[in-house]
Design a protein around this ligand. Sequence first.
Ligand SMILES: [Fe+2]
Ligand SMILES: [Fe+2]
Length: 473
Amino acid sequence: MSINYQDRIPNNVDLGSNRTLQRALEHWQPEFLKWWEDLGPKDFQVADVYLRTATSVDAKGWATYGYVRMPEYRWGIFLNERDPNRRIGFGDNFGQEVWQQIPGEYRATLRRLIVTQGDTEPASVEQQRMLGHTAPSLYDLRNLFQVNVEEGRHLWAMVYLLHAYFGRDGREEAEELLERHSGDADKPRILGTFNEPIRDWLSFFMFTYFTDRDGKFQLKSLAESSFDPLARTCQFMLTEEAHHMFVGDTGINRVVKRTLEVMKELNSDDPHAIRNAGAIDLPTVQRYLNFWFTSSLDLFGSETSSNAASYFANGLKGRPDEAQYEDHIALDQTYSLELPDGSGIKNEQIPMRNAMNEVTRNSYVRDCEIGVKRWNRLIEKPGYSFRLTLPSTRFRRNIGNWAGVPTTPEGTPIGPEQFAAHLHEWLPSESDQAFILSLMHGVDEQGKMAAWIAPPDRGINNNPVDYEYVKLH
Ligand SMILES: [Fe+2]
Ligand SMILES: [Fe+2]
């Protein structure tokens, strides 16, 4: 199922056969490009960037690599192939045929789900738009831009659904996706994390590890949807998304690796000494991890949610990897939830369907742990006792039952004074942020790395690490 690159909008949905839809999307295309120029990566629009572009939706050999100027990237509409035997995998309509059109009663809800997903994609491009100037290497600069163009394509994926299945309301929503902006006081992006500024590369790596991974789990839930075009578009987005998390995972790994080298050279784990040597001490890495992990936890929503229950019942949004569960109806099961109880914790049984956000969040946390284990193995090897850890899902929450409840990172409820007194140990302080910002200087010499990060183990697409991943001149 190869992609048609002859059309103005590359696609594998036979766009040419639907003139009205094609015209509507061709009308939106220049607005998208205008947005890209205004709010996409600042000052690098004429650079040649070694990017991958999707050429097929087959798992093997789905992309080609080559130099592209970002505004000339072929953003398009790519859905996984339709499985004619696909059946609804969960909820009240389990086993029935999946939908190729949207049942009227679910229109508003599905539109909201698609808009909320779509809103995060351009938001992250806006959040990251200044990072090009401070990239620690050309390799990293290229990865940033790869992530950025693909988030732009994910916006296309959602805008296609809005245009193709929601008529006029959908077209209006597509316009608004370019009108809300990250951090805008009047028209912010829909979800909190996507309004947090990303000023430095440590935050960028944390964001791509933790927040893009939230994206992975949202996409996995939507890839289960009974609305088949949504499921198929999300399945293909997941293929691209994997690289974004790779950037975060290996980025943090390289920061830790460099820090350990400096610790060895200095024969010290004193944060001041490490900072003086131009590397990032591990407690600071932990504080940035705490910030982005907890912020991303909120994206899954409240622990108890009647919306989540009805999404599940109606087959709109499932659990990630629904096939792994035995009971796809989940009507008679309960979930044991931990709730704040004065200065302690109590357990409450709630219907399983109401706990779907929490079920998804738990899968997410397990997935996050994999990278943390890998980073810790690096620290463990030379014999250091420090360990990076994921804080409790009760810590620093702004949404759900634990919102505003002060706890330690381990999740033990504490008083507000105690919380305030320790906050600088748990979250990036102003001086941490100033220090991290002081390290941020762009390195644009081929193969060179900033002093606070180790080189990657290998380059992109079998090229060497010192390849000219971005041609700046
Ligand atoms: Fe995305
Ligand atoms: Fe992403």
